[in-house]
Design a protein around this ligand. Structure first.
Ligand SMILES: O=C(CO)COP(=O)(O)O
Length: 130
């Protein structure tokens, strides 16, 4: 089945940012022409790695909430949110809200690189990408 892949969201807690940048370098081909939205600091790392990114606010300052709103409005096709299960996050309610909204609207949500790989391979099939 061929479907247009318009926009994906990328978010990583501090302990996972380097892993996220490495992860996405493997999917540059698939992502060419796909809009990327990210929380502020994650986005700045991805920009440094050569991606074009719509950077929202930093997560603790409302970035997760901004991306949740985009998901609710049907503007995001998949969310890659590499969470740090060992960290404490002052904006944990926003984190939970983003994940809840993904579940509510049945939007693929990968919270670690292993599930990220599976979502990416699903997206490849969806868009008929080799
Ligand atoms: O806190 C985050 C996700 O909850 C990520 O935010 P930053 O990308 O701004 O660090």
């Amino acid at each position: 089945m061929n479907k247009e892949l318009k926009r994906v969201a990328m978010i990583a807690h501090d302990g996972k940012k380097a892993e996220m940048v490495g992860f996405f370098k493997d999917y540059m081909d698939l992502l060419s022409g796909v809009q990327i939205v990210a929380t502020g600091t994650t986005g700045s790392h991805l920009v440094k790695a050569g991606l074009e990114v719509d950077c929202k606010l930093s997560g603790p300052k409302g970035g997760d909430a901004q991306i949740a709103a985009m998901v609710a409005e049907g503007d995001v096709d998949a969310v890659f949110f590499f969470r740090d299960p060992l960290g404490k996050h002052p904006h944990e309610p926003d984190v939970q809200m983003l994940m809840r909204v993904c579940d509510l609207y049945d939007i693929p949500l990968a919270t670690n690189p292993a599930s990220g790989k599976l979502v990416m391979s699903g997206l490849k099939q969806l868009v008929g990408h080799n």
